[in-house]
Design a protein around this ligand. Structure first.
Ligand SMILES: [Zn+2]
Length: 97
């Protein structure tokens, strides 16, 4: 299997509100990241909104770079693969999950 879609397990989860805030902060913190996300992913939209009104929740993964202190937050759907497009809140790297 040749793929950069990691099989690693999620570290935790967060609400839509927390996810949106983390991604928004990363896009401000890392120059060029917003353009990269826009070019390589499509917006999440309402795809995961719960029908029963419960808050949507999203997985968080540990960033494999550096000292593993970064957390990967879902920023969109990858354009080229059936995968989630994530951004690291600590180093600004992007990964497919
Ligand atoms: Zn990172």
């Amino acid at each position: 299997m040749s793929s950069n879609v990691s099989q690693s397990y999620p570290y935790s989860s967060e609400t839509e509100e927390q996810r949106a805030a983390a991604v928004a902060k990363a896009l401000v913190d890392f120059e060029g990241l917003a353009d990269r996300v826009a070019a390589e992913s499509t917006p999440l939209g309402d795809a995961h909104a719960a029908a029963n009104g419960a808050p949507a929740s999203w997985w968080i993964w540990v960033c494999p770079k550096g000292d593993f202190s970064g957390r990967l937050h879902v920023a969109g759907f990858a354009r080229e693969r059936h995968a989630l497009y994530t951004v690291c809140d600590t180093c600004g790297a992007t990964f497919l999950r």
